[in-house]
Design a protein around this ligand. Sequence first.
Ligand code: FEO
Length: 406
Amino acid sequence: MVFQKEGKIMSHFNAVKVSERVYWVGAIDNSIVDFHGYSTHRGTTYNAFLIMGKTPILIDTVKKPFYEEMMARIASIIDPTKIEVIISNHAEMDHSGSLPQAIQDIQPKKIYASKMGVQALKAHFHFDDHVITEVNPKEKLTIDDIVLSFVETRMLHWPDSMFTYLHGDGILFSQDGFGMHYACHKLFSDQNDHCIMEHEAKKYFANILMPYANFVKKVFAALPVQNFNIKMIAPDHGPLWNNKNDIEWILSLWKEWAELKASKKVVIIYDTMWNSTAIMASVIADNISKDIQVKVMPLHKFHRSDVATEVLDAGALLVGTPTLNGQMFPTLADVLTYLKGLKPKNLMGQAFGSYGWAPEGVKLAAKELEVLGVNFVGDPIAINYVPDDQALEACALLGKLVSEQL
Ligand code: FEO
């Protein structure tokens, strides 16, 4: 069966069987490199799922440009117009962008979302009042032979977010939860490299969930109460966690990251104009004790979202900036603004850098660190033009001080 639209026949995309009654019908985005400011060099997937009960149900949709890919995958299993129910777990447009078109083409009898989801979907697409029905997270929803439960997961990653659990098959559809931006052409976690998955899952947590770490802990507190027998976790991005070991692994990683604990790790971010701030960064790094991990990140080379990934479990953040026209260097302003939004915790740190006329860049960077709640180690180091031996000695001392206090 194929899905036909405006004369196009999309017959080359297939659904992937996930369980006896469930198929993956999402889309793979190989080309995305920027997801609202987060670098996604491994691309991403927008996962959507078709539950083939007596009443076919679609869980989530995909980003709007991938609508036809999703419909073609659905059409490889059933005529999409046979879908009677759509459940929207999350209103962000990477999952809801295709919803209005899907509603128009499928004409489902019911569309469900959380209480906040009803409001968010209305605000996005200006649906009439009766179009979306609010789920009751306190009650199971039975649709013929399909029994579903819902868990409100506010701020994971938006106020409207919820999980849907399919009883029997034991699948937890977790929208952004436990996901990653990774255009994996192999759908299941046991088919993918665990080093890549750990890195991308950590990057996802750092850049999307870090400010909501306390909400993540609430979700972990709420899940056991439900007595679910989870056999698979199916997020809306990246691989599906399809075996006990991988489920335990990703849950334990998330539990650990949600603590925002400082580890023995120093992140040094800097930019440079005539190499003075770069030399200062190198000397500081060289004087960090060898039992401490050091990540030196020149910002002309590292993206803000890579910095956030490293900061997630760091114990110290050192920020080096030249002064450019009375300001800190723009790349530093970018990253510090981004980090302020992510609200990392438990960091010590300091600002350093070189200047020509006045050390405004270092002063401004130190102010930003104060707003970030960083505990200062020593004093800011601002060097006129090019560091001499005495200046480099101050940098070495900063490295040693951080090592002692971490
Ligand atoms: Fe994948 Fe918060 O959307």
